[in-house]
Write a protein that binds this ligand. Sequence first.
Ligand code: AHR
Length: 332
Amino acid sequence: MVKKTLVAATAISLSTFALTSCGSSNAESGSGGDDDGTITMGFAQVGAESGWRTANTKSIQETAEAEGIDLKFTDAQGKQENQIQAIRSYIQQKVDVIAFSPVVETGFDAVLQEAKAAGIPVILTDRAVDVEDTSLYETFLGSDFVLEGEKAGEWLVENAKEADVDGDGTVNVVQLEGTTGAAPAIDRAEGFADKIAADDTIEVTASQTGDFTRDGGKQVMESFLQSDDSIDVVFAHNDDMGLGAIEAIEAAGLEPGKDIQIITIDAVKDGMQALADGKINYIVECNPLLGPQLMDLAKKVLDGEEVPERVVTEESAFTQEQAKEVLPDRQY
Ligand code: AHR
């Protein structure tokens, strides 16, 4: 039997962002969930900023449908206030469980306390929140972003000689950061910085947010190229920004992967194609296919089973040769 708790209804307008649902929808009809055991999950997604996010959304929606879970899905369009509004709406609708991938790390304490007071368990997926009271959520399923940054840094240290493209004895790196305040942006920068500290020829000369988007990566890279002609390496916090950087590098008459080396994170199809084509030099994988594990955790939480506080996704990393091998079977 699925846990249900009532909470005072608050009038919330969802007109500014998209709210969709698949499967049967008892909470929508105001019944406070159904009594046939169907789980209703409210999922507040970050947005649709990247190929990774698209694959993540698809995995969650498809798994919910396959498992008969009534999924109420919201796209917060990259705005924390939309996400908080969506979570409040799910509390009001008395869903059985709320899951979300926080746009940024901080500022969720109040809404998580409201969910707890309403007796609705919360599962974090993909990204962490920075809250003092960790009992505000049941578990956190997602990648180890620090490790991803470390893998990128380690590869650069191992390949520092080749990465010093202009041969001046220093490896000048520009960093395209993810969304400011988001866990993957903070952690990937930290992991990368930790590892490159082992080689004092490697230096991050500029670092700016491209907001995890292709356009953002392109624009920031254009401005980096205008002010600096000694860039050896781009470290982009995701494939999309790396792909934007490729466009900027090509427009400047340079060859990505050769005149400027590129390291990215995600390993979505477009990124892997660019890696196989020699335009990216190394990609650290970040797995977006979290749907099956999320639904499994939700069922366990609602059945009163104990779940680990942290579930880390297993991931790999790819060179250009490896990308050629795995590309034909890549799912996303
Ligand atoms: O939180 C995961 C990150 O968010 C992915 O690396 C990035 O592509 C996405 O936008």
